[in-house]
Design a protein around this ligand. Structure first.
Ligand code: NAP
Length: 240
C-alpha cells in the first residue's frame, strides 16, 4: 500500500521553473507542504503564488553550502521537519571542450553535482530525527546514457550524480531514507527553450510520440519515489 504525501514537508530546488516547478505542482496538488528554492526572488514569488497556500520559497544558490544549509533549516522550522528533498536545480550551457574555460566547468559542477551532495548533507539531520526520508535527484540521460556536443561538463555532472547516489543510498539507509534519480530526456522547459527552436524541433522529431516531455511527467515520476511502501521495513545496511 502506498501512503499519501498529504501534509509532508517537501523541498524542490529549482522549483520556480521547468521540471522543478512541475515536481512542486504535482506535490502541492497532493496536499504536501512545499518550499521552492532558487536564486531569483521574482520567479519564486510568482511560482509560489500560482501554486497556492501550501507553497513557500527560500532564496539560495544550490552550490553554496551556507546558503543551502540556511534554506533547509529555515524550511524545516517553517514546515515542521523535512520528509522529501527533491534536488533538481541545474543548468546546461553548451560549450565545446576546446572553447570551455575552467570557470565554466567548475560552475556547472557546483550547480549540478556539488548541489546534490549539499542538499543531502543539509537534509540528513532531519531524516535522522524522523528516522525516515526520501531524496529524489534530477539527473539526465545526458552523461549516463548518451552525449551531446557542448555538454561534456553537463554530462559529467549528471553521470556524477548517479555515482554519488549509489554510495549515498548505502549511507542513508541507516536513517530509513531512500535516494533515487529521475533521468529525463528532453522536457519542454524554460531552460530547454533557451537552446532555440531548431534544437526543440530536432529533438521532438527524434521522439516516437513526436513531442517533448512535459514537466508533469517528471513530477509524477518523482512522486512515485517519494511515497512510502508501508509494508516494507527497510533493512539497515551492514556497510555503514
Ligand atoms: P530551467 O527551466 O532552466 O529551470 C531551472 C531552475 O533551477 C530554475 O528554477 C532556476 O532558478 C534554478 N536554478 C538554476 N541554477 C540555480 C542555482 N545555482 N541555485 C539555485 N537554483 C538554481 O531548467 P530545467 O530544464 O527545468 O532543468 C531542471 C533540471 O532538470 C536540471 O538539473 C537539468 O539538468 C535537468 N534536466 C532537464 C532536462 C530538460 O530537457 N529540460 C532533461 C534532463 C535533465 P534561478 O535561475 O532563479 O536560480
Amino acid at each position: 500500500m502506498l501512503t499519501s504525501i498529504k501534509g509532508k514537508s517537501v523541498i524542490v530546488t529549482g522549483g520556480s521553473k521547468g521540471i522543478g516547478r512541475g515536481i512542486a505542482q504535482v506535490f502541492a496538488a497532493q496536499g504536501a507542504k512545499v518550499t521552492l528554492i532558487a536564486r531569483d526572488e521574482a520567479g519564486l514569488k510568482e511560482a509560489a503564488t500560482e501554486m497556492g497556500g501550501n507553497v513557500r520559497y527560500e532564496i539560495a544558490d544550490v552550490g553554496d553550502w551556507n546558503a543551502v544549509k540556511a534554506a533547509v533549516d529555515s524550511t524545516a522550522k517553517a514546515q515542521g521537519g523535512l520528509d522529501i528533498m527533491c534536488a533538481n536545480a541545474g543548468y546546461f550551457p553548451q560549450t565545446k571542450i576546446v572553447e570551455m574555460d575552467v570557470e565554466e566547468w567548475d560552475s556547472v559542477m557546483a550547480c549540478n553535482l556539488r548541489s546534490s551532495f549539499l542538499a543531502v548533507k543539509a537534509s540528513i539531520p532531519y531524516f535522522e530525527k524522523a528516522n525516515k526520508g526520501r531524496v529524489i535527484l534530477t539527473s539526465s540521460i545526458t552523461g549516463a546514457v548518451t552525449g551531446f556536443p557542448g555538454w561534456s561538463h553537463y554530462g559529467a555532472s549528471k553521470a556524477g550524480q548517479l555515482g554519488f547516489l549509489k554510495t549515498a543510498a548505502m549511507e542513508l539507509s541507516r536513517y530509513n531514507t531512500t535516494i533515487n534519480a529521475v533521468m529525463p530526456g528532453n522536457i519542454y522547459t524554460e531552460g530547454l527553450q533557451g537552446l532555440g527552436q531548431e534544437y526543440l524541433d530536432t529533438m521532438a522529431a527524434s521522439i516516437p510520440l513526436k513531442r517533448l516531455g512535459a514537466v508533469e511527467d517528471i513530477g509524477n515520476a518523482a512522486l512515485f519515489f517519494a511515497v512510502s511502501y508501508t509494508h516494507l521495513t527497510l533493512p539497515t545496511s551492514d556497510l555503514v
